[in-house]
Design a protein around this ligand. Structure first.
Ligand SMILES: [Zn+2]
Length: 377
């Protein structure tokens, strides 16, 4: 009886779709493998919206190199597919064609405009699962720095667009904690000069005599820097993975399990909206952290898999063993089953209907006696 009651309460659809669990699902993270050299893999994202600049720009297209953390930024008027694909074209003209670009599943990146540009240039596109911002870590971290450095200008009603190039230069000049080198040094093999940089006395003995020697020296320097970058990045990634995975709480899901999917309520009264949709059924496991879902009601069509962090196990209301309870719930079944999303059993509804028919045919005093008998049992 106690078990039945606790399972009944636990399987309440309203509670499961609104209440926040103390133990949120958190999959173990895996570090993205570091590419072997700069400009092979880029993460792309859109930063904004910001206040409109003099050129009516409100967004910034950002691309961060996965090897060197080099940042490229272009102001945009809109974040629509055409504006973004134009920015991507400018980006390729600056840095050449790369092997892979990683972005979220925003319409501007999955749209035909962008996919065709990438296809034409033989660039592979990879997409992070929806609402999983941590998968675009390099871009997200850079956006945080951009916000910090742009805020004083935006609050002072200064033109943020005028400052953008300077801020991008400063980001590229700073030593990153992961590779322990600045992006500039990893790319060019030397530190950049500033107006206040000390002027060195040139020793002509150290100047290479020809271009070949210069290139050889540069190559040796770059090799040393990049080997250190690979090593430092690996150490930083291991440390980050260890720290993050201490609080991991994974779900052990298999095909056929029922889950609730978190959603981000929007608009007025969002505090009173459900924060989970579902329950949905797991139909496929494309990778350790991704799950393809199916809506048993057929209302929602899942084309792309969702990340484990957005899921929680659904407790589905099992058919009650005692016909008496089914009789009581039968009247509310038609209305509550809609909200319970098919969690009640069809077999049991039929069962309780037959009991209900028998009882309604009885006289009232026999009904009372019959119900008391059941209760005593
Ligand atoms: Zn409830």
């Amino acid at each position: 009886m106690c078990k039945t009651i606790s399972e009944y309460v636990q399987s309440c659809h309203e509670c499961q779709s609104r209440k926040v669990s103390n133990l949120k699902t958190k999959a173990k993270i895996e570090a993205y493998p570091t590419p072997s050299e700069p400009f092979q893999v880029w993460q792309m994202n859109i930063f904004g919206p910001l206040v409109s600049s003099n050129n009516a720009n409100t967004y910034v297209f950002t691309a961060v190199d996965a090897f060197s953390y080099f940042l490229f930024a272009v102001p945009l008027r809109n974040n629509d597919a055409i504006s973004v694909s134009q920015a991507i074209f400018i980006f390729f003209c600056n840095f050449g064609v790369c092997s892979t670009v990683i972005s979220d599943q925003g319409l501007e990146f999955i749209g035909k405009c962008t996919t065709e540009v990438c296809k034409m240039l033989n660039v592979e596109q990879e997409f992070t699962p929806s609402m999983m911002h941590h998968c675009l870590g390099r871009c997200e971290r850079t956006h945080r720095t951009l916000v910090e450095r742009l805020t004083p200008y935006v609050l002072d009603n200064k033109q943020w667009e005028d400052m953008l190039s300077g801020i991008v230069f400063s980001i590229n000049s700073c030593v990153n904690s992961g590779p322990k080198y600045s992006a500039f040094e990893i790319i060019y093999g030397k530190r950049q000069n500033f107006p206040l940089s000390p002027s060195y006395i040139v020793d002509f003995k150290d100047i290479p005599k020809d271009v070949k020697t210069y290139v050889e020296n540069l190559d040796a320097r770059l090799n040393i820097i990049r080997e250190f970058v690979k090593l430092n990045t690996l150490v930083a990634q291991r440390k980050m993975v260890q720290t993050e995975n201490k609080n991991a709480h994974e779900l052990d899901l298999t095909v056929g399990d029922n889950v609730y999917l978190s959603r981000e309520p929007v608009g007025q009264g969002r505090k009173f909206q459900h924060i989970y949709d579902g329950p949905f059924t797991v139909t496929c496991l494309p990778s350790a952290h991704l799950f393809l879902l199916k809506d048993p009601t057929g209302k929602r069509n899942f084309r792309r898999p969702v990340h484990m962090n957005r899921l929680k196990l659904a407790h589905i209301r099992v058919p009650l063993p005692t016909p008496y309870f089914n009789l009581q719930t039968d009247e509310n079944e038609s209305s509550s089953s809609k909200s319970d999303n098919g969690s009640s059993s069809v077999d049991n509804t039929e069962n309780s209907k037959s009991v209900s028919n028998v009882l309604t045919e009885m006289k009232p005093w026999i009904q009372t006696w019959f119900l008391n008998m059941i209760l005593q049992i």
